[in-house]
Design a protein around this ligand. Structure first.
Ligand code: ZN
Length: 282
């Protein structure tokens, strides 16, 4: 039985800039609005990066707190998945995990190091991964195990074997980044074959590969990630107008495949996510 489709909207990221598209949410009001409208369009998870008021990416936990509070106050019930990335190389390892103290339901864990584009090395030493995974587990935060190549899958499996992450885990296979695994069919098949049995998996594709991988995920029992963090186009030569527009397309495709779209409540049950504190108390 194919599970309902969990859609993640990656609404702003830390690499895309306003120079590339005027539709990227970068101010706090825009980020909150994108979260609310993406959730209303069908996204059960909002993957969130923080930005300074002027749009500069940051891992400042106080800015994360502001955004999370505003998104919750706006009535958005989606699962919030906070980035523990480097804010485009601006944050050190210690700063990257400070947002975990906010107790989000989910947070990313990039399970290895890699070249990232032309100039950057995205550094994620194993000792940091282990410490961060244990911290997430202690705080009841579900890690999204992000793998940009097969070595990162091996690291994720090792974290599960060591008890730092509850298995079989929630996996995001990130394909098409310059420096990581390519977004092609044989790579997807190879990487999926290396996941633990019964793992929940999602694919993300950069640029033109976003839609291709959305369809693969929908057709073959995975979950889907869309949004302007990964791709700014709706179709070749035509910018996407909003994150919600991209989410709505994934919802329509799921309908064609007869795949129901998970609500946030269903997604929590599917992915083994502990509801946020106030809900748990209610
Ligand atoms: Zn991200």
């Amino acid at each position: 039985m194919t599970p309902p489709l969990v859609i993640t909207a990656a609404i702003t990221g830390s690499v895309t800039s306003a120079d590339e598209t005027p539709h990227l949410p970068i101010s706090w009001d825009e980020i909150v609005e994108a979260a609310v409208t993406s959730s209303a369009a069908g996204a059960a998870i909002i993957h969130l990066h923080a930005r300074e008021p002027d749009g500069t990416p940051t891992q400042d936990p106080e800015i994360f707190r502001e955004l999370v509070d505003r998104i919750n106050s706006a009535g958005c019930e989606a699962i919030l998945n906070l980035s523990t990335g480097s804010a485009g190389g601006r944050a050190n390892l210690e700063q990257r995990s400070e947002c975990l103290e906010l107790g989000p339901e989910m947070a990313t864990l990039d399970c290895g190091s890699m070249n990232f584009g032309e100039e950057r090395v995205f550094s994620n030493p194993y000792s940091w991964l282990r410490d961060t995974a244990h911290r997430m587990r202690a705080l009841g935060i579900r890690p999204e195990i992000e793998a940009f190549d097969t070595g990162m899958i091996a690291n994720g499996r090792r974290l599960i074997d060591e008890g730092a992450i509850e298995g079989p885990g929630v996996w995001q296979l990130c394909l098409g980044v310059s420096g990581g695994a390519p977004a092609d069919l044989s790579t997807v098949a190879h990487m999926l074959g290396q996941l633990p049995a019964g793992a929940a998996w999602s694919l993300l594709g950069i640029g033109i590969h976003q839609l291709e991988l959305n369809m693969l995920s929908i057709a073959f029992g995975g979950h889907a990630r869309t949004g302007l963090e990964d791709n700014i186009y709706y179709r070749r030569g035509e910018l996407a107008e909003s994150n919600a527009q991209l989410v709505a397309r994934v919802v329509r495709l799921a309908g064609e495949f007869g795949r129901p779209v998970a609500t946030p409540v269903e997604a929590r049950a599917l992915l083994g996510i502990t509801p946020a504190r106030d809900e748990a108390a209610a």
